[in-house]
Write a protein that binds this ligand. Structure first.
Ligand SMILES: [Zn+2]
Length: 158
């Protein structure tokens, strides 16, 4: 290989590298100016993944399953737990939006109605003031139940 050949090879290599660099730059310029993929109505508000359709229909909240599990206010509670945990009357629960799920024990039974914890907390605060008020009512009810049970036991043994 003579010096002339060597020089040609080196020149070719430099030209190829310059071309590659230009291509790379074009690509990064494009990425910088191009807007991100636009959000659609089906996207999770938090991460942009596909949102849970049932959740959107029931509560008008755009969230995917993964984000929902990370947010305790988006927990789902059945009617029994909702009433017991937040001491809310049936009349209040009736007014809340629910998500219907097939009964896991018997698919042909009436579907379960599931409540959103966020809504339950909101109504519990309205009714009991705050978490402390709710706790006070829990204690009051527990004490009343002990009194009732005592009275029953007295009747039983007398
Ligand atoms: Zn998400």
């Amino acid at each position: 290989m003579d010096a002339d050949q060597k020089q040609r090879i080196a020149a070719n290599k430099a030209a190829a590298l310059a071309k590659l660099a230009a291509k790379k730059k074009r690509k990064s310029d494009q990425a910088a100016t191009q807007p991100k993929k636009p959000r659609t109505a089906d996207d999770c508000d938090t991460c942009g993944a596909l949102a849970d359709a049932a959740f959107r229909t029931a509560f008008s909240i755009q969230t995917c399953n993964a984000c929902r599990r990370r947010d305790p206010s988006l927990d789902l509670l059945n009617a029994t737990d909702a009433a017991r945990t937040y001491l809310l009357p049936q009349a209040t629960l009736k007014c809340l939006p629910t998500l219907e799920r097939e009964n896991p024990r018997q698919p042909t039974w009436t579907p379960m109605r599931l409540f959103l914890r966020r809504h339950l907390v909101e109504h519990a605060n309205r009714r009991w003031g705050d978490e402390a008020g709710l706790e006070a009512e829990r204690r009051r009810r527990a004490a009343a139940k002990v009194k009732r049970d005592d009275a029953k036991a007295k009747d039983f043994f007398s």
